[in-house]
Write a protein that binds this ligand. Sequence first.
Ligand code: HEC
Ligand code: HEC
Length: 506
Amino acid sequence: MAKLWILLLLVCVFAGAQPPERSKAPKVWDEKALAEWATPIAGLNVRPSHIRPKEYYDLPVVSLRTYPVYAPGREPAGYWQRIQSTGPKPLMEKKGSRTATEWIEAGKIAFEEADFFHLRTLDPKYIAEVRNGSLAPSRVLPDGTLFGLRWVPTKQGVALSSSNCSFCHTLYLPDGARVPGAPFRTIAPRPPETFKVWPVFSRLQVELGVLVGSPPFLMPGLSVGARLSQGYGVPWKSDDPHERLKTVTQEEYEQLDLAARSSGGLPRWNGSIIFPAKTPDLIGIQERRYIDHTATHLHRNAGDLMRYAALVTSAEATRFGPHEMGGPDTKRIRARFSDDDLYALARYLYSLTPPANPNPFNESAAAGQRLFQREGCVNCHTPPLYTNNRLTLASGFAVPANAPASLEILPVSVGTDPSLALSTRKGTGYYKIPSLKGVWYRGRYLHDGSLASLEEMFDPSRLQDSHSPGGWRPLGTKTRAVKGHEFGLGLTPAERSQLIAFLRTL
Ligand code: HEC
Ligand code: HEC
């Protein structure tokens, strides 16, 4: 008996001493994985094309370690000199296999430090502006660093750049706490104010011919109208609402851009400056079956998340069936992340957890939970994920007979604004059913971020034309009905606050 115990003990010790499992990054730009990854575009019924693996892997890997930029007077002694002598360092120090913990640690660095490669500038004029504080007013974080700016030691010297993923996908709570992965919101009460602090990058973007928030192509020398038309035009639509963008002036563009930002998002390439998409919460992404509000891509595994990050960075083909969106002088950004960078990013995003929820599950919330059942919310926002991970139809969209079997479609429409899903190049005809986990901190509701609170979401007066939306409003409008998703709108005021109390606990 004693021998048996010793044997068992030895087995346990041996098992415990097993080195943790190591894994390697999968190949990101892989024809087989790309083939059925994208969802066909509504109205066109073809999948967007992708660039060939050879073209992708020919792009140089230029990802480097980057460092925070301090506000004038807040920089630690010797910091600037240290940065000068640091020299370029790759984002991933070592290549090859890593343990789960090592991937997550590396991914945290990638998420926090990755910059927009094409916005790196060595121009002493811009660097001086940032260092001497003439770039005012700027958003200073509690630790004295400037929001979104990065120093990048390169072979040619220290460049100024802008944060990439962490710029849009980090939330600052009212108490200053930082929540990586949650959508950018409260750093300014309404995002437009924050973006006025970007004179350096706004000017750089004009010089380079890129659209704000839409990095994959450089269109130098093109009029702003031509750039907007390449970024957002939908030529297969006979009445394309983006047609009018062709003649806008720089000033009108800036106003459209500010209006779009009140959605809590920044217009991305293939998206739209007139039909914005709010920034989604990346916390919990590992449980979602589709990527983007309109399910532009499947999310089958970490490889798909890596592909998405590569796509938005520099791998976009911008070809839709017979429609080529880039002009003859439009140039792809010649830069990419390494497969290791992207795998680390994906593993890190999968590891993100929500901030501690301050909302108690009290009696009111318990009553709200019963209402959540009674009102049928559970059918779509099914616990424990608070989504059934299915797609709904945009108003007016009928599922094509040859829709891919990989799409799980609930053939109903919740009746929200169909424009993003039907009138943009990200328009698949579908809106996914979002998870309600984390709605308490999200701050913008519905795909276009029209609504700015749960109170507003469940207030029936939002259906009236006289409603003044707390979130996104098209340029030039003050009031507008926010239609659709009428679930819960018939509740009494007492029931409504119970339902909201419950939602806040998720
Ligand atoms: C300029 C702001 C911005 C930057 C920078 C940015 N994103 Fe996003 N991201 C968005 C917006 C806006 C959307 C929503 C797009 C849509 O639904 O059409 C989005 C969507 C996503 C999604 C889909 C999530 C979901 O639930 O559907 C993922 C994943 C993602 N981004 C990851 C990244 C990564 C990784 C990076 C860095 C390589 C990055 N993003 C950089 C604004 C940004
Ligand atoms: C038929 C399916 C369905 C039912 C039933 C349903 N929802 Fe939704 N819900 C959706 C879809 C789809 C969206 C996204 C719509 C959009 O973005 O345009 C959504 C969005 C939301 C959002 C906004 C989330 C965000 O981050 O933008 C909240 C909150 C919400 N639903 C709560 C509820 C509650 C509470 C109920 C019950 C009273 C309910 N829903 C019933 C499908 C449903």
